[in-house]
Ligand binder design. Structure first.
Ligand SMILES: [Zn+2]
Length: 146
């Protein structure tokens, strides 16, 4: 019985994660979870030929960068590419990638802290419904539309 309940919870959690929508931040960028408890976020925006990741606290207010760090990996599993990260007052910058590339962002609160991993596909194709780029699209999967 216990096993069945656990299995059900696991399944439901899996579904919830799969259908989790894109969250947008105060600057219209994509929010990445940089904590297990919603206390730290990264808002990804594109400026020119670079991605910017702004650190935001629980209330989506900017956080000063001091000991925090990120690493960003792109490319495929067989040939991962680490991108060069620049530090700014309240965030990080790294080079733009091609549309369709996945970005794996690993955030660390301090050098000793456990890394929190966030991933997303940088898909710049336009969504037919909201006309936004797919990586910023908040439309629910078809099955969930009313
Ligand atoms: Zn959309």
């Amino acid at each position: 019985m216990k096993t069945k309940v656990l299995l059900l919870i696991t399944l439901l959690t899996g579904l919830a994660l799969a259908h989790e929508g894109v969250e947008l931040g105060p600057n219209g960028g994509r929010i990445l979870g940089f904590s297990d408890n919603e206390t730290m976020h990264g808002e990804v925006t594109v400026k020119g030929d670079r991605f910017h990741v702004a650190l935001l606290d629980k209330a989506m207010r900017p956080v000063a960068v001091n000991r925090q760090s990120i690493t960003v990996t792109t490319g495929d599993r067989a040939n991962p590419v680490k991108l060069e990260i620049g530090k700014e007052a309240t965030g990080f910058v790294f080079p733009l990638v091609k549309s369709g590339e996945w970005l794996i962002v690993r955030y660390k609160e301090t050098a000793e802290a456990k890394a929190v991993t966030a991933r997303f596909e940088y898909n710049t194709a336009t969504c037919e419904d909201c006309k936004k780029a797919e990586w910023l699209c908040q439309c629910k999967p078809d099955a969930e539309k009313k």
